[in-house]
Design a protein around this ligand. Structure first.
Ligand code: GDP
Ligand code: MN
Length: 380
């Protein structure tokens, strides 16, 4: 789960990582009030779950409350790479002498958290990695040993930060970021830029924060930060129903039992010349309610023209899944053509059940590719 900048900063604050004071606003009037409350110049920042807001015109300095109101008006409603701005973070403006970059992320390859620190902050880290890789100080932390202060010193020297006053502050921030990362079950905590003010104060000016979905049950306060409004409507419905679903752009709705099979189904639809409308995994079971829930999610997407059920009977037998499909179709009205490929354990019995009871819009095909071709043809 990705957090908004202001939510990430709330967590930073909890772990005493210095941030600027700020307030949330959803209208120009609220932005003006926030600026008034904060006093002095502010920065008006679009809250969207994507980076590069600055370049897209989503981060603007404002001299006074009236200016904050005007800037808010410009930024609200802006489309930043498909994300419409509905919320603003109004923050006391900082004077910037230097922009550094600090992140802690889970390196899956090494199975360890990885720190990256560089004095080349402010710009995208991928660009620094490409153009000036030596500028990046990188350091893994053994999760069993935990963090040790010498590691922070190694990072700071590695990045070439030699001002003792900066070193002292960044050392503390590095240490606190580790606690923040581990105790929040984060996958990414990125501060870009980590600024040094002309007075020599170090502060996090931005936050990019991703929390492991699987750990959210341990963090009800973080789970509550999820913005259901910003989610895709189909994906929101899927989450409510407990259906494993990812929205895609095409016309062929897809259902498979098992994640691997469902992914192959996405591929085979493309091979057959079509475009998948979604990824959807029925999971191990094939009970009618699971099928109904999945079909409700898939058909709530108006782009869907046909549905392709790809079933391989393994532990869940093919006849059980066939019964589940039939029971589901009795419970709900679907006019779209449905193509079923059923193979594996008890496939023949399953196909027989479907053939006997099947409604006219249900087509049974013997192989995966033939079923995909039929589903693509019916979606045209
Ligand atoms: P991003 O573009 O989505 O990464 O958004 P950031 O929060 O990183 O802001 C983009 C840029 O705006 C930063 O790199 C800064 O250069 C600038 N910026 C953000 N906040 C302030 C501020 O308080 N004062 C000044 N002078 N510049 C700021
Ligand atoms: Mn940034």
């Amino acid at each position: 789960m990705d957090l908004y900048e202001y939510q990430g900063k709330q967590l930073f604050q909890r772990f005493e990582i210095p941030v600027s004071e700020g307030r949330l606003a959803t209208t120009p009037d609220e932005a003006r009030d926030a600026a008034e409350g904060l006093g002095g110049p502010v920065v008006v920042k679009a809250q969207v779950l994507t980076g590069g807001r600055g370049k897209a015109g989503g981060v603007k300095l404002a001299a006074d409350p009236a200016d904050a109101q005007a800037k808010a008006k410009e930024i609200l409603g802006l489309d930043i790479r498909g994300h419409i701005v509905r919320k603003l973070w109004i923050e006391q403006a900082s004077d910037i002498a230097k922009e550094y970059y600090l992140s802690l992320t889970l390196d899956r390859g090494a199975k360890k958290p990885l720190y990256i620190l560089t004095t080349e902050g402010g710009v995208e880290i991928e660009q620094v990695a490409e153009e000036n890789p030596d500028a990046l100080a990188r350091l893994h932390v053994d999760p069993l040993e935990g963090f040790h202060p010498y590691q922070a010193r190694r990072l700071i020297y590695g990045a070439g930060i030699d001002d003792p006053n900066e070193q002292k502050q960044i050392l503390v921030i590095i240490e606190r970021l580790y606690r923040c990362f581990v105790e929040s079950d984060a996958l990414l905590c990125e501060i870009n830029p980590l600024i040094v003010t002309p007075d020599g104060e170090v502060r996090a000016l931005d936050s990019k924060f991703t929390v492991d979905d699987s750990a959210l049950f341990r963090h009800p306060d973080i789970a509550e930060m999820r913005d259901v409004e910003a989610a895709d409507p189909q994906e929101r419905l899927a989450r409510e129903k407990g259906v494993t679903y990812v929205k895609l752009d095409g016309e062929v709705g897809i259902l498979g039992n098992g994640a691997g099979l469902s992914m192959s189904t996405v591929d085979v639809v493309v091979v057959a010349g079509g475009r998948p409308a979604n990824f959807c995994d029925l999971g191990g079971g094939g009970d009618a309610q699971g099928v109904v829930d999945a079909l409700e999610v898939i058909t709530s997407d108006e782009q869907v023209r046909s549905i392709f059920f790809n079933i391989f009977g393994g532990i869940t037998r093919g006849d059980e899944v066939a019964r589940g499909i039939l029971a589901a179709l009795e419970r709900m009205q679907i006019d779209l053509p449905i193509v079923v490929r059923l193979d594996g354990t008890n496939a023949e019995e399953g196909r027989r059940l479907l053939a006997e009871a099947a409604p006219p819009n249900l087509y049974v095909e013997p192989t995966m590719i033939e079923a995909a071709e039929r589903a693509v043809e019916l979606a045209a």
